[in-house]
Design a protein around this ligand. Structure first.
Ligand code: AMP
Length: 212
């Protein structure tokens, strides 16, 4: 059914926390998303289908309008930009902090620093705003390894409990942004499919936990 509303979801941790919210809004995938290898799922609401993809691809699908709405971490929106998207609702799930971190006791070099991260745009903006000369090195994972191997002085990474940092002799330094998952909507779809999109926004708003 091509006129179905399409919602792009981020797989992994965010998906596990998104599905109960969608279920409360009457949207339940017809197949088990944790075992199925499918990428597109019809739901208990015949007017709604889900696509389940990497978080960094969600804004692309929604911006191009092939998905009408999406659920994605604020870290992705800060890193890749949110042009063409409305961000009507903070879902309050998958909360964490985007932080700088360094080896325990690191007190700065006084000069240029090397920063390893997968969030290169966020890191460049952060250090530029502080007037710090930072050479930003792009990594795709295991940022904590970079200072251990002397690839970088600091990292910019997502911190939840801080256990990953501690296990690698590092400590959090500065918070760059508080992160949670956001509902995003294609701007053109918001006008052309207003009724159904607003209904989903209202249903999700009703079940999202209030700010504590
Ligand atoms: P922790 O050891 O609890 O501080 O978790 C840190 C690691 O878990 C980070 O390197 C992230 O890769 C991942 N992580 C924690 N929370 C989130 C989240 N809400 N979204 C995405 N990744 C997360």
């Amino acid at each position: 059914m091509s006129d179905q509303l399409t919602i792009a979801l981020t797989k992994g941790r965010i998906l596990r926390e998104t599905l109960p919210l969608l279920a409360s809004a009457g949207i339940v995938p017809l197949d088990d998303v944790s075992t199925s290898r499918k990428l597109v799922f019809d739901t208990s609401n015949p007017g709604v289908r889900l696509v389940i993809i990497r978080g960094s691809d969600v804004p692309t699908y929604v911006r191009h309008g092939v998905a009408d709405m999406g659920v994605v971490g604020k870290d992705i929106l800060l890193e890749h930009g949110a042009e063409g998207l409305y961000e009507p609702l903070d879902l309050g799930i998958a909360r964490c902090r985007l932080m700088t971190a360094g080896p325990v006791g690191w007190s700065g070099s006084g000069g240029r620093i090397r920063v390893a991260t997968k969030f290169v745009n966020i890191a460049r903006r952060h250090f530029a705003m502080q007037g710090v000369h930072a050479d930003v090195i792009k990594l795709y994972g295991a940022m904590e390894l970079a200072p251990i191997m002397n690839l970088a002085d600091l990292i910019v990474d997502i911190v939840d409990t801080g256990n990953t940092l501690r296990a690698n002799g590092m400590e959090p330094l500065e918070e760059i942004a508080a992160i949670s998952s956001r509902l995003v909507v294609n701007k053109a779809a918001m006008r052309s499919r207003y009724a159904i999109i607003q209904q989903v926004i209202n249903d999700l708003t009703a079940v999202v936990p209030r700010e504590s």
